[in-house]
Ligand binder design. Sequence first.
Ligand code: 4AD
Ligand code: MG
Length: 448
Amino acid sequence: MSTQAQISNFPVVRIDAIGRHSGEIVTLRGWLYNKRESGKLLFPIFRDGSGLVQGVVAKSAVAPEVFEAVKALTDESSVIVTGKVRADQRAPGGYELDVQHVEVVQRVAENDPFPITRKEHGVDFLMEHRHLWLRTPRQAAILRVRSEIEKAMHDFFDARDFIRTDPPILTPAACEGTSTLFPVEYFDEQAFLTQSGQLYIEATAMALGRVYSFGPTFRAEKSKTRRHLTEFWMVEPEVAYLELDGLMDLAEEFISHIVAQVLARRRTDLEALGREIARLEAVKPPFPRISYDQAVGLLQEGHAKGALEARFEWGGDFGSPDETYISAQFDRPVIIHRYPAQVKAFYMEPDPRRPELALCCDVLAPEGYGEIIGGSQRMASYELLVQRIREHNLPMEAFQWYLDLRKYGSVPHSGFGMGIERAVAWLCGLEHVRETIPFARMLYRLYP
Ligand code: 4AD
Ligand code: MG
């Protein structure tokens, strides 16, 4: 067996870069993912976070201790492996490792094996063991795509000279309605976890022109759905002098950019997840833009054809079957604009031609993934904003600072928010948002 000193002479490489070392001896640091045996041959599969590689250990080619150590390895034991990289077209990544030496960092005990096995587990069991479930290749692929989406959005805003400004998490009042506020004791006062950074970045947009924020946001969602988390990460741009049409252009460019970057850099992960790539390749500008009125027309048509159970009446908000039906009419995201003000938040600018409508837009993802973006032009008038805060029964004192923005150089401005979990679910083709974030928070889920 080689000594530690000899081993340390070999380059330590990550599995995704192993192809650059074909024919060389390298060291990998990771875990045993799985193992097969066939007589005098062992086939351990190693993972290191960047990928999987199969090792080959021939009894005749290694020291007996090495053979025995690999033979006794249990799943998820941590190991440092040295071996020679060999190109093999049959291997999943195109390479195998002829193992020469293995150092077992920590061996998982036989009588307390790694709980996640390759058999089917129920969702509750998996969520209860989320800290370990994350290690499986599918979950790791999802997290790589999530990270790429985050990078793509930062790249997008940076290339357009947006300044990232971070809004507070602890806030004195609601932004998106009082029914989903999480209260927090704040010394002698009542505070709430933020529902959206929007109101604060409206202030920073007046200071810097074009800004964005990215951070955790919270909604006490009491319903169990495939699309709702109680804690999710929202990216929000806010731009001075931008009006609704420009906002829709921005949303369309933003989504197209993210999809293109993920396709360019994370295609292998998407393929591993079984995502239909062609569906994502269709996501290019221009996106269809329809008014709320037109969307209602589509829904009523759908009802007449028997595709929707209930007849949708003008004035309501779309439910999940409605969104799915509308998005199914298009091959790319669809933008719906000018909803009735009564179903939207207090801060939206009314349409001057039809004041019962708000100058807002939602973007619905294709394939039934529902609303991924919500945004609007913001109300510019001080008097109207005071009136809306009253009508929505919001505490006027908590909004004095926000009203100041309409007193000191008020300008038309607009922004949107995208919950990145919905984007991850859509791009990865996932059933449920619980797999889109390392540790999901939902109605009945606060552990681990
Ligand atoms: O439509 P929403 O509520 O809009 C706002 O919060 C605005 N203040 C944003 C802005 O204009 N700056 O939420 C925006 C997006 C939704 O389209 C959706 O993607 C996501 O946030 N979202 C959620 N994602 C997961 N779980 C939840 N409970 C979500 N609620 C909203
Ligand atoms: Mg919304």
